[in-house]
Design a protein around this ligand. Structure first.
Ligand SMILES: Cc1cc2nc3c(=O)[nH]c(=O)nc-3n(C[C@H](O)[C@H](O)[C@H](O)COP(=O)(O)OP(=O)(O)OC[C@H]3O[C@@H](n4cnc5c(N)ncnc54)[C@H](O)[C@@H]3O)c2cc1C
Length: 390
């Protein structure tokens, strides 16, 4: 069986938003890296996930000269789209036009991939059995196998673990040095991918549970239906999905073909610290937020921005202080947005379905929503958090 050995300054594990954004930034700044991705390009290119990118995310790409990755099928955030008890809410507030955009995550990832490859980046798909070695030394290594069975060893200075929540990077950190903080919300979302224009677009608060229909392109929508944790996709035939959505919105919705259905239990998780030796965790590898907050990409990009600056400072000036502070700086921001995510998730669910936290929480949640829509001060803070600039 053959074997190869190479040396490279940075190995990035995972070709998602965090890994590819980092790869592009490092390449633009003259720092060599190799990106290892477990899946094939065909698989990654069509993997449907998020769609909301906040202003911080847009600005991050622009700041690093990566504006081109925002092209494709983007849709501006639209106003309105808030339904309560089957009625559209008349919302009379000013929205910041530039607070974010919808760009399907697979299109963003495809654009990042194209940019990385066009710049001469080294991206290796179907990298199997990735293992990290000697991460607590100055000479870590990453081993993997390709589909021919050839074993590869990459000696490097730094490893970016950007391989998502179920990746191998975090699992390489000794368990007794890592603390997991997690919170289960007690309900799930049925998330559905459908070929239908999102109409009406927005979120619906209802005693039957939260509903959502969010655009993912001109003729594609992500549908969300709050459901019990124990539910399975088989319990949700297509007709039930459409009729439940209509019941929660209180109006007919544009129907289409349902392409996929998954159940996601809503939870928040943070791992502390976000670095160990020469391994640095980025994005979902270190934390997840419930999808209600739409802050997963924001956090992945914030980590990436911090880590890229730290590596550049170290490479260009020999200054390791940003690397030393990476975990604490990233975690400070992560907890700020975990707070926002927990608040918005509780608010949106408690204001409709009383079966989890009762009538009292419903009244307080509705009072908060009303304040959000009527108080300019409360609305400004909400806009800043939504835009990711607070
Ligand atoms: C239904 C849903 C809706 C969402 N909606 C939003 C939204 O609107 N806005 C938002 O901001 N966030 C949203 N999120 C969250 C968002 O998708 C994630 O936070 C984001 O993908 C994190 O990016 P990442 O690069 O850290 O990880 P990932 O996107 O998970 O990328 C990790 C990469 O690593 C690869 N990998 C895994 N294991 C290995 C291995 N062993 N070796 C090599 N490679 C490996 C994976 O294949 C993947 O390509 C949503 C998530 C879901 C599930």
């Amino acid at each position: 069986m053959s074997e190869t050995r190479e040396t490279i300054p940075v190995v990035i594990v995972g070709a998602g938003v965090a890994g590819l954004t980092l790869g592009n930034i490092l390449l633009c700044n003259g720092i060599d890296c190799i990106v290892l991705e477990k899946r094939s390009r065909a698989y990654v290119d069509q993997r449907q996930r998020a769609g909301a990118l906040d202003r911080f995310g847009m600005d991050t790409f622009r700041r690093w000269g990566l504006d081109g990755v925002l092209e494709g099928d983007p849709i501006r955030h639209e106003e309105g789209g808030f339904f309560m008890d089957g009625q559209a809410l008349p919302i009379d507030i000013e929205h910041d036009e530039d607070s974010g955009m919808f760009i399907p995550q697979h299109i963003l990832v495809r654009n990042l991939t194209d940019a990385f490859l066009a710049a001469g980046g080294d991206l290796r798909y179907e990298a199997l059995d990735v293992t990290l070695a000697d991460i607590n030394t100055e000479h870590p290594a990453v081993h993997y196998q390709d589909t021919d069975g050839t074993t590869h060893t990459l000696y490097c200075e730094f490893i970016a673990g950007a391989d998502g929540f179920h990746g191998v990077s975090r699992a390489s950190i000794p368990a007794d040095t890592l603390t997991e903080y997690s919170h289960e919300y007690g309900y799930s979302w049925l998330t559905v991918w459908a070929t239908a224009a999102a109409s009406p677009a927005g979120m619906a608060i209802h005693e039957r549970g939260l509903g959502g229909m969010i655009p993912r392109g001109a003729d594609a929508a992500r549908i969300y239906l709050q459901c019990p944790v124990g539910d399975t996709p088989e319990q949700w035939p297509d007709e039930r999905i459409w009729s439940e959505l209509e019941a929660r919105f209180g109006t007919p919705v544009t129907r289409g073909e349902i392409l996929s259905k998954h159940i996601i239990p809503l939870r928040s998780v943070v791992f502390d610290p976000m670095s160990y030796g020469r391994l640095y965790l980025l994005g979902d590898a270190a934390h997840i937020v419930p999808p209600m907050s739409a802050k997963g990409i924001h956090l992945a990009l914030h980590d990436t921005d911090l880590f890229a600056r730290a590596i550049i400072a170290r490479t260009e000036k020999g200054d390791s202080s940003l690397l030393a502070n990476y975990s604490s700086a990233a975690l400070r921001h992560v907890w700020n947005y975990q707070a926002f995510a927990a608040w918005i998730t509780d608010l949106m669910h408690n204001s409709g379905d009383t079966s989890y936290e009762g009538e009292f929480r419903k009244k307080t949640a509705r009072a908060e929503i009303e304040r959000m829509f009527t108080s300019p001060t409360a609305n400004k803070l909400f806009d800043e958090l939504t835009a990711g600039t607070n």
